[in-house]
Design a protein around this ligand. Structure first.
Ligand code: ATP
Ligand code: MG
Ligand code: MG
Ligand code: MG
Length: 563
């Protein structure tokens, strides 16, 4: 593709409404344009990325034996009334009427539609199992559309639905989908984690979410690096009954009060059974509250640093800031509460809500309160109980809590929908049975934003190879002035297109700086620059998007270098 025959429109500054780096960069690189709240146009450059993701998902789904179809976006109310979800799905469902005053919705998901199709087609167990999938536009009237395509109202989803004669068959396909998702997110070049999840409103008997790990993620996940334990925070905490925070039985011990800054030994304060010299410190700095975990003799190499990321809505401060502000050790685990406009003593009170403990095995959050109001905690749990109930047989290992972006979700639905909608088949004995069902979603459009959250620098996006809009950009310097540059550029460009390299030729009559900046912002993984000076010595320049330095390549070696 030649830039002169394509459409590229980049911005120097991101519009003010963009908060996340991915949202800013997608707007600046001109991948998307906002039409309205949660509604985005995929511009030609952005669409290429979306299609690459779609193709990888399609290839892996096909490989797994799933069969593609395409269902309508607009769905009649009757099917949703059969399962009762017309009334219970809630305001996320966009309801519409046609000219005959018949009720419809713009599909937020497709369980009812696929179950209706299958019940009409299915008679014998011999037809099972079946796994249908589509890549299709959904609409959910999200209460807070934000972060661009990350939480949009109209978005692209891959949704698959499987039908089985028995739970064993469902289990088999569920595992196959789990592995397929693993392959998909690996091929997409993402750092991700699968976690056990609550089945929630969709219902069913088992579920996993796939999260791209990113500080900006809206979800929190808990996992143990030393065992298989991994769950989303809702599941990890739902195992535990809510408790009120325990009353402190020791006096608050102020150990450091320079000016407005207060540092308190919370472990001591809560009188936790600490077998080692592990200290838990809460610190106020810059009118904000932080929690520190210190181990051993407080030497830097013995510090274990932990974040409490599910409280990341609070502003983050750097280690340095905390050190400078508090004079305490350079190990911080993140802001745990907001003490803006409150005096230090009040902050100390609030802080006890976020008390934290540790024992020999490492650091465990003892009590975490998501609430701002000390008297009315809205979430208190004991992670140690989670560990005791769920970890490796010897109960060892630390629980890590990280933030994630949910990019995939798989469910065992059981017979919930087949019972309500009478999706039955005849078994070997000629008896009527309800189908076992599973469903499997991937947020195709969300992945673009999630990938950018994980892959960017000061200059812009650094696309993983597999989803970059173009693999290689050729930037000629003086294309419109030098015959030599022109002819060598054309030769190289033709060689690339002949060998199916996804190449973009920046043939604009622009200053080199403008071309470099645009292509770095867009995040094309490889760049070759041709200029008259280099060509005189039969040399061109190569730079990988994430590379620090430029390499010089002999012109006659360029084929083998690219291949
Ligand atoms: P979330 O918890 O983020 O609201 P969800 O659990 O409601 O997502 P699912 O019903 O599991 O979403 O849908 C399957 C996938 O669709 C999700 O894993 C996510 O990647 C994607 N998705 C859901 N809602 C949105 C949205 N508003 N914008 C973009 N992608 C979305
Ligand atoms: Mg949702
Ligand atoms: Mg979710
Ligand atoms: Mg989900």
């Amino acid at each position: 593709m030649r830039v002169s025959q394509f459409f590229i429109s980049t911005l120097k500054e991101a519009p003010a409404e963009a908060e996340l780096i991915s949202h800013k960069l997608m707007l600046r690189a001109g991948l998307i344009k906002r039409l309205g709240s949660g509604l985005y146009t995929w511009m030609p450059l952005g669409l290429r990325i979306l299609r690459k993701i779609e193709n990888i998902v399609r290839e892996e789904m096909d490989k797994s034996g799933a069969i593609e179809l395409l269902m309508p976006a607009i769905q009649p109310a009757e099917l949703w009334q059969e399962t009762g979800r017309w009334d219970v799905f809630g305001p996320q469902m966009l309801k519409i009427k046609d000219r005959h005053e018949h009720d419809f919705c713009f599909g937020p998901t497709h369980e009812e539609i696929i179950t209706d199709i299958v019940r009409r087609e299915l008679s014998s167990y011999r037809q099972l199992p079946l796994n249908f999938y589509q890549i299709q536009t959904k609409f959910r009237d999200e209460i807070r559309p934000r972060f661009g395509v990350m939480r949009a109202r109209e978005f692209l989803m891959k949704d698959a639905y499987s039908f089985h004669a028995d739970v064993e068959s469902l289990e088999e396909t569920y595992q196959l989908m789990y592995q397929t998702y693993d392959r998909i997110f690996t091929r997409l070049g993402l750092i991700f984690r699968a976690v056990a999840a609550d089945t929630g409103a969709i219902g069913g008997s088992g579920s996993h979410e796939f999260h791209v790990l990113a500080e900006s993620g809206e979800d929190a996940i808990a996992f143990c690096p030393d065992s298989d334990y991994a769950a989303n925070i809702e599941l990890a905490t739902s195992l535990l009954p809510a408790k009120t925070p325990q009353k402190p039985d020791a006096k608050i011990q102020k150990i450091h009060t320079p000016g407005q800054k207060t540092c308190v030994d919370v472990a001591n304060f809560l009188n936790l059974p600490l077998q080692q010299t592990i200290k838990t410190l809460a610190v106020t700095a810059n009118s904000k509250l932080y929690l520190l975990l210190l181990r051993g003799d407080h030497q830097l190499n013995e510090l274990k640093v932990r974040k409490i990321p599910f409280l990341a809505d609070f502003e983050m401060a750097s280690e340095e800031t905390i050190l400078n502000e508090t004079g305490t050790v350079p190990g911080y685990i993140g802001p745990v509460g907001l003490a803006t406009e409150i005096v230090a003593d009040k902050a100390v009170m609030e802080m006890t809500n976020f008390a934290c403990g540790a024992n020999e095995e490492g650091f465990h959050f003892t009590q975490v309160n998501f609430g701002h109001d000390f008297k009315k905690p809205d979430h208190v749990f004991d992670i140690r109980n989670v560990l005791a109930g769920e970890l490796s047989p010897d109960g060892k290992g630390n629980l890590e809590i990280r933030r994630g972006i949910e990019v995939g979700h798989i469910f065992k639905l059981g017979t919930k929908y087949s019972e309500q909608m009478k999706a039955t088949y005849l078994n070997k004995l000629g008896q009527k049975q309800n189908c076992e069902m599973g469903c499997y979603g991937i947020g195709i459009s969300r992945i673009v934003a999630a990938a950018i959250e994980q892959n960017n620098d000061d200059l812009g996006i650094i696309f993983p190879e597999a989803i970059a809009p173009f693999q290689l950009v050729i930037i000629p310097i003086g294309l419109h002035k030098s015959e030599q540059v022109k002819s060598e550029t054309e030769k190289l460009y033709n060689m690339c297109t002949d060998t199916n390299i996804d190449v973009l030729l920046d043939d604009r009559d622009e200053r080199p700086g403008v071309m470099f900046a645009d292509m770095e912002l867009i995040g094309i993984p490889h760049r070759i620059v041709l200029g008259e000076r280099g060509l005189k010595q039969s040399l061109v320049e190569y730079k990988g998007r994430a590379d620090k330095n430029v390499q010089t390549i002999a012109l006659d070696k360029i084929n083998t270098f690219i291949m």
